[in-house]
Design a protein around this ligand. Structure first.
Ligand SMILES: C[S@@+](CC[C@H](N)C(=O)[O-])C[C@H]1O[C@@H](n2cnc3c(N)ncnc32)[C@H](O)[C@@H]1O
Length: 271
């Protein structure tokens, strides 16, 4: 999918209708049956439209499963679904667009992360974009059946290594941050330091996505816990800006972060 005209960051490029979904996307013996039941519930014209989607040659999956897995989007709580337009968008390890399932609209939205010039390909990331190269390659081979040829994967060696080092570090920090959730006794200061380093590294690598809004939210919470309300406010504002740009103001996540921001502003105003 290519931009016909220039697209500003934050513009909703697509607002796509769900063709069909399955509630359990586990890749197990039952997945073929789950896809078949949902697909066969559609009128035959729509079933044929599904058959026009890309179907990679996968060594173990039958074409129905392979086509479904190569084109489905996660909808949350283990569910996934097919969208005829969004499923045409290719992957990039430094995407210029972001997809999100909007629960309120019951539609898949695609927003421009950055300004996209006319003629440029619109890309999304099929995985957390901060995954290091080996991790990304593994997911692409196993789950999508392709070798990525995006600009990041085609960088000359020195730049590719710099980018990969940053992403390795981000992945390590991300795991350590998750451990903070499992072991709440961990030092709050360590968590804040890790969150801030994550944000810096992602920015250095020109990575954007909802994971960044999530990190802004964590930074806000850490600063609130320390009583640094003004710094908490700064990160709350960055969280809302990111959600607005990536998800739109009609997304429940954006609305919730905007409510939190207003509450924090009221607290800071009383200080
Ligand atoms: C959801 S489809 C994307 C649309 C597809 N290119 C089409 O023409 O319908 C996913 C498939 O597109 C191809 N693809 C997407 N991004 C790619 C990338 N960065 N490098 C190589 N192939 C890619 C792969 O064959 C992958 O299985």
């Amino acid at each position: 999918m290519f931009a016909k005209t220039a697209i500003k960051a934050g513009i909703r490029i697509l607002d796509d209708e769900l063709l069909f979904s399955i509630s359990d996307s586990t890749v197990d013996e039952g997945i073929e049956a789950r896809i078949t039941v949902s697909l066969e519930a559609l009128p035959s014209e729509q079933q044929q439209e599904f058959q026009t989607l890309h179907c990679p040659d996968h060594p173990t999956w039958i074409p129905l499963v392979s086509r479904y897995l190569a084109n489905c989007f996660e909808l949350g709580s283990g569910a996934s679904g097919i969208f005829l337009k969004a499923s045409r968008i290719n992957h990039s390890c430094r995407p210029n667009a972001f997809f999100s399932w909007n629960l309120l609209l019951h539609r898949m939205t695609i927003h421009a992360i950055v300004d996209i010039p006319a003629g440029e390909e619109v890309t999304v990331s099929y995985v957390f974009p901060f995954f290091a190269l080996a991790h990304r390659r593994d997911v692409f081979r196993k789950h999508y059946g392709f070798e990525c040829d995006c600009p990041v994967c085609c960088l000359e060696l020195a730049s590719a290594q710099r980018s990969d080092q940053r992403r390795h570090r981000i992945e390590t920090i991300n795991l350590a941050i998750q451990e903070c959730d499992d072991a709440p006794s961990n030092n709050d200061e360590d968590e804040l330091e890790m969150v801030l380093e994550f944000i810096e590294l992602a920015k250095d690598d020109h990575l954007d996505g909802q994971f960044l809004a999530h990190m802004y939210s964590r930074a806000r919470e850490c600063y609130e816990d320390r009583g640094s309300k003004e710094l908490a406010l700064k990160y709350a504002e960055m969280e809302v800006e990111t959600n607005m740009r990536l998800l739109g103001e009609d997304n429940e996540v954006t609305k919730e972060s905007a409510r939190d921001l207003e509450e924090l502003k009221a607290v800071v105003a009383l200080m």
